[in-house]
Ligand binder design. Structure first.
Ligand code: ADP
Length: 449
């Protein structure tokens, strides 16, 4: 096992990783920007080092500073969390070259899954179903692009090759807006990822976002855990996640789980990752992408399996063997996660940074809270707007929903706008309570667009 882990991240996920390390008896080093001196992860860690000014590019993405911090503090491993450097092949490579273990998959696996087009090609070869699409980058001035869209069949979706966080995506319903949409998606992709490449695929109508947690050890064993349903999204970004999915039955779970396991095996996957699928009305499923890191929504899987995924991730990176099999996993009731973001849901989710006044976050039976905020804390405007994750577990879905509603009613966050009242509306919605909603639920049934 590692002696000291440096956490190359901030906020709730840094706190989550520090907690896992502490339970494993491993020392922790927090890094932070100048704007994050008062962040909870800095207070929780055994040691902390400032790695640069507020802007992410100069701090949480500053590879030389982070590696120097690891060397100075004597950390033998780095956990990247999610976002920032979690899926950065170069960073994984530098860690390796400096003799510091990168807690994540091998750099080759990150590389092969990081480019979405290459990942889709690889999955096709591994026999995993994929959405029909261009199979390569598309350009607005290509004379064949309109014919290709027609062949795939409208509506189509333009997506960024280097995509993430729902950025660089455009749904196109007819040829009139095709070229413009490609140009706009390219511009957005360039701004967000420094890479303007986009591709085109069939837009699956009223799809369900279903993903599988996968784990792999260094000895060739892979395993999948029961699915997460992440169909409640705003602007293609997840807002509510639950497990198991009310839309997935035992037969589909096994079929998709096996496909996810094949996807992981195809890239010799080590540690934890997620294989994301879209499922259509007829329950056909298609590989969308693989995330080679721990995900925001991992707690719902932890709650219904009793497995601590972050501890497993660290143990697998340290060379331990995977100790369980997919077939033996029992689903323990139902779990739902609501992402509380510092955003104004009534103003198109515009970020709402600022100082938190009075704060009360819920607890009680079946409620888990992953957060880094406290009364008097100032949310800086530079980073992600996620401030807390409320996870409710119940014996069944009904109990989990009732529990989540009860917890949301207890939330008090003074001084900033946040998404808790929107979550209450979602939990109270009849269609949601019935279960099995698709990704158009939020715009259609909550915002009535
Ligand atoms: P990102 O990496 O930016 O999160 P994903 O490929 O994971 O992008 O897609 C995010 C969301 O966008 C999906 O959950 C889904 O709601 C929507 N989406 C992506 N591709 C398609 C598609 N082909 N058809 C319908 N919806 C899609």
């Amino acid at each position: 096992m590692f002696k000291k882990v440096l956490i190359a991240n901030r906020g709730e996920i840094a706190c989550r990783i520090i907690r896992a390390c502490r339970e494993l008896g491993v020392k922790t080093v927090a890094i932070h920007s100048e704007a994050d001196k008062e962040n909870m992860h800095v207070k929780l860690a055994d040691q902390s080092i400032c790695v640069g000014p507020a802007s992410s590019s100069e701090s949480y993405l500053n590879i030389p500073s982070i590696i120097a911090a690891a060397e100075i503090s004597g950390a033998d491993a780095i956990h990247p969390g999610y976002g920032f450097l979690a899926e950065n092949t170069y960073f994984a490579e530098v860690c390796e070259a400096c003799g510091i273990k990168f807690i994540g998959p091998k750099k080759e696996s990150i590389e092969r899954m990081g480019d979405k087009i290459a990942a889709i090609e690889l999955m096709k070869k591994a026999g995993v179903p994929v959405v029909p699409g261009s199979g390569g980058p598309v350009n607005a001035d290509d004379p064949k692009v309109a014919a290709l869209a027609k062949k795939i069949g409208y509506p189509v979706i333009i997506k960024a090759t280097a995509g993430g966080g729902g950025k660089g995506m455009r749904i196109v319903v007819s040829e009139e807006t095709l070229k413009n949409s490609i140009i706009m998606a390219q511009e957005e992709a360039k701004r967000a990822f420094g890479n303007p490449d986009v591709y085109m695929e069939k837009y699956v109508e009223e799809p369900h976002h279903i993903e599988f947690q996968i784990l792999g050890d260094a000895y060739g064993k892979t395993c999948y855990l029961p699915e997460r349903d992440c169909s409640i999204q705003r602007r293609h970004q997840k807002l509510v996640e639950e497990s198991p999915s009310p839309f997935v039955d035992d037969v589909l779970r096994k079929k998709m789980g096996k496909a996810a396991k094949n996807a992981a095996a195809a890239v010799n996957y080590i540690t934890v990752g997620t294989v994301e699928f879209l499922v259509d009305k007829k329950k056909n499923f298609y590989f969308m992408e693989m995330n080679t890191r721990i995900q925001v929504e991992h707690p719902v899987t932890e709650m219904i399996t009793g497995i601590d995924l972050v501890k497993e991730q660290i143990k697998l990176a340290a060379g331990e063997k995977l100790s369980f099999d997919s077939e033996k996993i029992k689903i323990l009731g139902h779990a739902i996660e609501c992402r509380i973001n510092a955003e104004d849901p009534d103003k198109d989710f515009i970020p709402s940074p600022g100082t938190i006044g009075r704060l009360y976050l819920p607890g009680g039976p079946g409620i888990r809270l992953d957060s880094h905020v406290y009364s008097g804390y100032t949310i800086p405007p530079f980073y992600d707007s996620l401030i807390a994750k409320i996870i409710a577990q119940g014996a069944d879905r009904e109990e989990a929903i009732m529990r989540m509603q009860r917890a949301l009613k207890e939330v008090e966050i003074e001084g900033i706008k946040n998404t808790s009242t929107l979550h209450y509306k979602i939990m109270a919605n009849e269609k949601f309570r019935k279960g099995g909603v698709s990704t158009d639920f939020l715009p259609k049934y909550i915002f009535g667009r």
